[in-house]
Design a protein around this ligand. Structure first.
Ligand SMILES: *Cc1c(COP(=O)(O)O)cnc(C)c1O
Length: 392
């Protein structure tokens, strides 16, 4: 490795914290290189494959020359129609096919580009802490200022809008929400969404909800969309993704929906940066949305079993946590007096188990760690055994 001296990274890159998963990956790779049997409960990437019916749809579509050219920026009409139909069935919300839906090359892409369309230098984004890193990087890249609001256990990891600093709110343009939440796995309530909409209207904010985990939920009550709440479309945009729902993280397909001016602004930025989603992948996406329901139920049942195995393990270990109703994460308290980092390093070195330290998602994540249920029940049981030994 040579150190870089000739080309200095831009200030915007230098102010970003190191990307969390890169560091964890490095530590994990070192252990694997040393021949250790490492169990990773760290990364939010499904271990199971994309179902065959979606892969088959891609195969057919990829052979068709009309899919080989630049896609339309707006995405295939048929894909937007399939999104609108799916949204209607799932949330009883009508979306305009022209103007209220925009396909994305993964929702990370859309979330991180969105601030470029609406922030000016110095404008503030209100960002959850702990939270998904692209809310910060998107804000910084647009020249904006992040302001972290805490997600606290005593508030069920929902924002407390009354606690926001009014001086900061005056300068704010964007309010970011993420429900079902990563990393805490909290679910939104209708009441909180109503408050968020009222707060956004009162303070002239754009309201974002990142709903990547909309379909990974275990209870009878499915997660609600922000757009189900009256008035949401006046101020709101929601980011959805096929990644977690259909085990399609590598495919890069997602969509934004909601207020048409917000959709148009994001589309304008994207038309200057990318050229849309490979059309054959959009065709596969149509198949996923139209025919994916029974797959989703089976997939969720797998995560539910894993969750139950891990929850009973954590109980035996005396580790405190809430049973998640959604997402494939468990947000757990670090036992004893260790910091998140110390605890995660201990598990890594003594149990060869990788979990994510909570502070990596923001300072209010300190004292917690995140377990991802993206490995088999057997491996989860094995991980529990090893953790028991390490912390006994
Ligand atoms: C996985 C994830 C996303 C999006 O993933 P894409 O693959 O880019 O669609 C967005 N938000 C959160 C919180 C996630 O965990």
């Amino acid at each position: 490795m040579t150190t870089m001296t000739k080309f200095k990274l831009s200030n915007r890159l230098q102010v970003l914290p190191p990307y969390l998963f890169v560091e964890i990956d490095r530590a994990k790779k070192e252990l694997i290189a040393a021949g250790k049997d490492v169990i990773s409960l760290a990364i939010g990437d499904p271990d199971l494959p994309t179902p065959d019916f979606i892969v088959e749809a891609l195969k057919g579509a990829s052979a068709d020359p009309k899919n080989h050219q630049y896609p339309l920026d707006a995405g295939l009409l048929e894909f937007r129609q399939a999104i609108a139909q799916w949204f209607q069935n799932r949330f009883s919300v009508k979306l305009e096919v022209n103007g209220e839906i925009l396909p994305l090359i993964g929702s990370k892409e859309g979330i991180s580009h969105f601030p470029l369309a609406f922030l000016n230098p110095g404008d503030v984004s209100l960002i959850p802490d702990p939270g998904y890193p692209p809310y910060l990087s998107g804000t910084i890249f647009a020249g904006g200022q992040p302001y972290y609001y805490p997600l606290l256990e005593k508030n069920n990891y929902l924002p407390d809008f009354n606690s926001f600093d009014p001086e900061v709110v005056k300068k704010a343009k964007i309010l970011c929400l993420c429900y079902p939440n990563s990393p805490t796995s909290a679910m939104a309530t209708e009441e909180m969404f109503k408050e968020a909409i009222a707060f956004s209207k009162k303070n002239d904010l754009i309201l974002i909800n990142d709903m990547a985990y909309s379909e990974i939920a275990f209870g009878n009550k499915k997660p609600i969309s922000l757009l189900q709440i009256p008035g949401a479309k006046d101020v709101g945009i929601e980011f959805h993704s096929l990644s977690k729902t259909y085990n399609m993280t590598g495919w890069r397909i997602a969509f934004a929906c909601g207020n048409s001016e917000l959709i148009t602004g994001l589309a304008k930025i994207k038309s200057n940066i990318d050229s849309g989603v490979f059309q054959a992948i959009q065709v596969a996406g149509i198949t996923a949305l139209k025919r994916g329901d029974s797959f989703v139920s089976e997939n969720v049942a797998i995560y539910k079993k894993r969750r139950d195995v891990m929850m009973s393990g954590l109980k035996k270990l005396g580790i405190e946590c809430h049973e998640p109703e959604a997402t494939f994460y468990i947000w757990a308290k670090v036992p004893g007096k260790m910091t998140s980092s110390e605890f995660c390093m201990k598990l890594l070195k003594e149990a060869y188990v990788v979990v994510t330290p909570g502070h990596g998602f923001g300072k209010h994540g300190e004292g917690y760690f995140r377990i991802a249920l993206t490995t088999t029940e057997d491996r989860i049981e094995e991980a529990v055994k090893r953790i028991a030994k390490a912390i006994s």
